[in-house]
Write a protein of this length. Structure first.
Length: 240
């Protein structure tokens, strides 16, 4: 297989069908979701210029690293970005109900308590709201495999649907110009991006959005105009 297509296959989900059952009791919402599915099927974002690409940058706080071993999503935070414009008013944030709550270590890290989660919406309702917010936009996260695993598991667990959205990892972009950068803290420090409250899903998402914008501006100066340019470069450079 061509290394570019293999790389895209391995690292990035194709858009596809999957969410029409979110609103089974409302015909109008079923029609809306089916139209969204068709839109997702017909779009290929790889060739869209970065200046025209709409993305949703998101972050999850979780109880651990292993969703298939019982770890759960505690909160979801997201912000929309059009091209290189961060839409500060277009945000999503929600805690997720849990009857057990986080460990003491995670509580101290995130500030999320068991009492807060007992008042939160269910995973089912939070995901419905999140998917309504993101529509068919590309998702962006830093070290996105963490988010991808939890979204795969949670979407099937709560909605009985496969997670179909493409997730782009900002770490791929930083590696083009700065091989030495890895963690969100390192990347934000390099670009002088402040994080209001670390390990808060919305604040981390906003910081990652700023990182996305800075990376886009930098790699455009290196003649990377779209995601296909990025994936092609990474695929060919990794095969050398």
């Amino acid at each position: 297989m061509n290394p570019f297509f293999q790389f895209v296959k391995d690292l990035s989900d194709r858009l596809g069908s999957g969410f029409s059952s979110l609103n089974q009791n409302d015909p109008s919402k079923i029609a809306y979701m089916r139209n969204l599915e068709r839109e997702m099927k017909n779009r290929d974002v790889l060739d869209i210029p970065f200046d025209e690409l709409n993305v949703v940058v998101f972050d999850l706080e979780t109880t651990g690293f292993y969703p298939y071993k019982g770890d759960e999503i505690l909160s979801i935070g997201a912000v929309k970005v059009q091209g290189t414009n961060i839409l500060d008013e277009e945000t999503f944030y929600s805690l997720v109900y849990s009857d057990t709550g986080p460990s003491k270590e995670v509580e101290e890290l995130t500030g999320i308590t068991r009492e807060m989660l007992k008042e939160a919406d269910s995973l089912h309702d939070v995901l419905k709201g999140f998917y309504s917010f993101i529509r068919s936009d590309v998702l962006v996260a830093h070290h996105a495999n963490h988010e991808k695993q939890f979204m795969n598991h949670a979407t099937w667990l709560a909605l009985r649907k496969k997670f179909q959205h493409r997730i782009v990892d900002t770490n791929f972009l930083t590696k083009i110009a700065h091989q030495e950068l890895s963690s969100l803290d390192e990347c934000c420090a390099h670009y002088d991006i402040s994080i209001e409250q670390r390990h808060h899903a919305l604040d981390d998402a906003k910081a990652t959005a700023k990182l996305w914008v800075e990376c886009i501006r930098e790699i455009k100066s290196l003649n990377f105009m779209n995601l296909q340019d990025v994936y092609t470069y990474l695929a060919t450079s990794s095969s050398r």
